[in-house]
Design a binder for this molecule. Structure first.
Ligand SMILES: [Zn+2]
Length: 336
């Protein structure tokens, strides 16, 4: 999406009309937003612009749209007795993966507006057992002296070729999207092979640009009001794991977050979150782990229509909009 379109989406969401559309009939409505990394000059990391986030939050406050906790939104929406207690129009913010810039850059902006935030964290990465597979790919492609790599993926040739930082970024994202649709074991084997072919050794500890928050930092953030939930142990696409792996990724991450934190959210967050990234198997495992709900990246508004009392499973596939990219879509929803 171009900068101009992103800017237009922002303008639309913060426009006073958006508040009116959000309040149109049919009971309370909540837009759950998903963010990832924040722009960090120190780490040369691109990501959400804190100034634009501030602009959005100011616009939401101005439009009298409530900023609420995502657990409160899902719990109350699912119960006819409590649904009426929800603000008619609200937005809930979630931030995935637990990178250090969440606390360093994002949290102070949310605090300015007294806005509840829930982060979803990955205990295996926090504990230093691994680092994110997409960060390893990023690292390999940044560090290699090559600008063209030839590999094989499940019997098909994969050619990676770039001429500058921008084309490398595009090539990397194209590869990452392709890898999301293959068996997780094959994905890990591919990353290992990529490191070998590119002649870039993968360090055990992640370089600082990929640093995630440690448990002490998460506990300190909790004491300031932030909340956290589990997002799997190593962030695989769960539907691409074996049944045992998937169950472990869910159950153990929930157990670790509960063990380490004082106020864990009873919400699980599916890695990647598309409808093809989880299934009934994962929904059952999330429920068995004691979670009351789970978040996807299915871009819909959380409202009564999507929370039918007759279908308790909706809670384990709760909708969420990627931040920025879908803000225009959110606004168009209310224009219908
Ligand atoms: Zn994630």
């Amino acid at each position: 999406m171009t900068g101009l379109l992103k800017s237009a989406a922002f303008d639309l969401l913060t426009h006073p009309w958006f508040g009116r559309f959000l309040s149109l009939g049919g009971g309370p409505r909540c837009v759950v937003l998903m963010l990832h990394r924040f722009r960090s000059a120190d780490r040369s990391v691109g990501g959400h612009d804190p100034a634009k986030l501030r602009h959005l939050l100011a616009g939401l406050r101005r439009s009298k749209i409530a900023l609420i906790d995502v657990a409160q939104a899902i719990t109350a929406m699912g119960d006819a007795g409590t649904r009426a207690s929800l603000p008619r129009r609200s937005v809930a913010f979630t931030i995935d993966d637990g990178y250090a810039d969440l606390v360093e850059i994002g949290e102070p902006v949310f605090a300015e507006f007294d806005c509840p935030v829930t982060g979803f964290v990955v205990p295996g990465v926090i504990d230093g057992e691994c680092w994110f597979w997409w960060d390893q790919i990023d690292w390999i492609m940044r560090q290699t002296t090559a600008s063209s790599l030839l590999l094989e993926l499940q019997g098909h040739p994969v050619t990676l070729q770039w001429s500058d930082a921008r084309s490398r970024h595009v090539e990397k994202n194209r590869l990452i999207e392709r890898l999301k649709d293959i068996d997780h074991g094959a994905l890990l084997a591919f990353v290992t092979e990529l490191a070998r072919v590119a002649e870039v050794p993968i360090a055990i500890a992640a370089p600082s640009r990929y640093r995630v928050l440690g448990w002490d930092e998460l506990r300190a953030a909790e004491s300031r009001g932030m909340r956290f939930g589990a997002h799997s142990m190593t962030h695989p696409i769960l539907s691409q794991c074996t049944a045992a792996q998937s169950a472990y990724e869910i159950g153990e991450s929930v157990r670790r977050v509960r063990h380490e934190l004082a106020h864990p959210q009873a919400i699980f967050c599916y890695p990647n979150g598309r409808s093809s990234d989880y299934g009934m198997r994962e929904m059952a495992a999330v429920s068995a782990a004691g979670m009351t709900s789970a978040l996807t990246t299915l871009p819909r508004v959380l409202c009564r229509r999507d929370a039918p009392m007759a279908d308790p499973d909706w809670r384990f596939a709760a909708p969420r909009y990627p931040y920025v990219e879908h803000l225009g879509t959110v606004a168009r929803f209310f224009l219908r």
